[in-house]
Each structure stands twice: as C-alpha cells, then as structure tokens.
Design a protein around this ligand. Structure first.
Ligand code: SAH
Length: 218
C-alpha cells in the first residue's frame, strides 16, 4: 500500500524511478546514494502546490527565498561525501530537510543547522513523520559549524559561502571531507579533504546555490 505511505502512490514510485534513471545517465554511480534517492519521498519536503513537480530534476522553492536543491546536485554532493565513508555528518542549511533525510539513510548521525526557524520547524515535522531518529537539528547561524558536536567525518554546506569558514576546517576529523559551493555569482562546488594539518581542495563542477547568510530568522 504505497499510496497509504506516501500519499501519492504508484505514480510517484514510477516517476521517482524515472528520476533515478536520469541521475544514472548524468553520471551518478554510487548505488547506495541512488537507493537513498529512490527511497526518500521528495514530495513530502515540498508544499502541496509543488509536490507534483517533486521528481523533476530541478530546484524548487521552499519559501523564504530558499530552494530545495536540484536532485542531481543533491546526488552529486552526497556521492562526494560518501566516498569518504563518513559516520557522523554536519549539514549547514537544513532547508526543507530533504538532504538531511538522504543523509540519515546513509550515515549514523546527521547534525543539521538552519538559520530560518519556520523552515527548521517544518523540516523537523517531516523528518519525524518519516521516522528518522538519527538527525539532530539546531536553529542557529551555522557559519561557525556546530563546535559542541564536532569533530565530524563529513560536512556538507547547502548554501554558498565566499570561502570555507576556518571554523569548519577545525571541526573536520582527520581524513574527513567538506563538500561546499564556494563563491558569489559563479560558484564552484568543491570537495576539501583533511590529511592531518593539510587540506586538499578539488573542484567538482560549477553550481548555483543561495548564499550562506549571517544571523538568524525567528
Ligand atoms: N539542504 C536544503 C537546501 C536548502 S537551501 C534542502 O535539502 O532543502 C539552503 C538553506 O541554507 C536555506 O534554508 C537557508 O536558510 C540556509 N542557510 C543559509 N545561510 C545559513 C547559515 N549561515 N546557517 C544556517 N543555515 C543557513
């Protein structure tokens, strides 16, 4: 009874599998990531008026001038992160909670920070509704990371800073990875890996994210 679980039913399962096929064609190869993307109902993370577009490979608005990232980008970022087999992950920018849910299926613990309270409240409800118990959410300016919970094996940033904040590097475990969009206007998705005190950065591809902003919204 898929219909009873996700409210849209078999149509959604079929369109979801079509999306997975698209992601494969676009070069996403990590089966674990593809399975997580197939299993998490993206329409739950959108307002009802937009839920029929949930399985298109596009970014969609979630209110407060913010967006749920394009599935391809979520998959690409998750794949980069998972290559380093993290168990404890920090996410900056909970937004809808969709990326949080994907991570919750793949790693032991997800810590996620969001600066806009109403978005965080909604994300919390959805994650609870879907039964994820390994996510911890915090309402704060995440630019400084979450020092009390670090170090993290992986850090994923879903809004673009000008450069990677030094505080995040401090909270990264040895061998850990930060995946983040960097820059203003034209942004580059980068992967930064820590080896002792050395940080090696690699460009993944150009992207467009909302900016990482300071302060909080209540
Ligand atoms: N991962 C989200 C993407 C949301 S868009 C999803 O799957 O839906 C980026 C989010 O980052 C927005 O919700 C925005 O409010 C948040 N954000 C921007 N700057 C932030 C900051 N300094 N600290 C915490 N969250 C921030």
């Amino acid at each position: 009874m898929v219909a009873a679980i996700d409210g849209i039913g078999m149509t959604s399962r079929r369109t979801r599998m079509r999306l997975i096929q698209r992601l494969r064609e676009a070069g996403i190869a990590d089966e674990q990531v593809l399975t997580a993307m197939a299993d998490v109902p993206r329409h739950i993370f959108l307002d009802e008026a937009l839920s029929h577009r949930a399985y298109e490979d596009t970014a969609l608005p979630i209110g407060y001038s913010q967006t749920l990232s394009q599935p391809y980008i979520v998959a690409r970022m998750t794949e980069s992160l998972m290559r380093h087999k993290p168990r404890k992950v920090l996410e900056l920018g909970t937004g809808s909670g969709y990326q949080t849910a994907i991570l919750a299926r793949l790693v032991d613990q997800v810590f996620s920070v969001e600066r806009i309270k109403p978005l965080q409240d909604r994300a919390r409800d959805r994650l609870r509704q879907l039964g994820y118990r390994n996510t911890m959410l915090k309402h704060a300016d995440g630019g400084m990371g979450w020092p009390e919970q670090g170090p993290f094996d992986g850090i994923i940033v879903t809004a673009a800073p000008r450069e990677i904040p030094p505080e995040l590097k401090d909270q990264l475990a040895d061998g850990g990875v930060i995946v983040a969009p960097i820059g203003e206007g034209t942004q580059m998705l980068v992967e930064m890996v820590r080896q002792g005190d050395r940080f090696e950065t690699r460009d993944i591809e150009p992207v467009r994210f909302v900016p990482l902003l300071g302060g909080v919204v209540r």
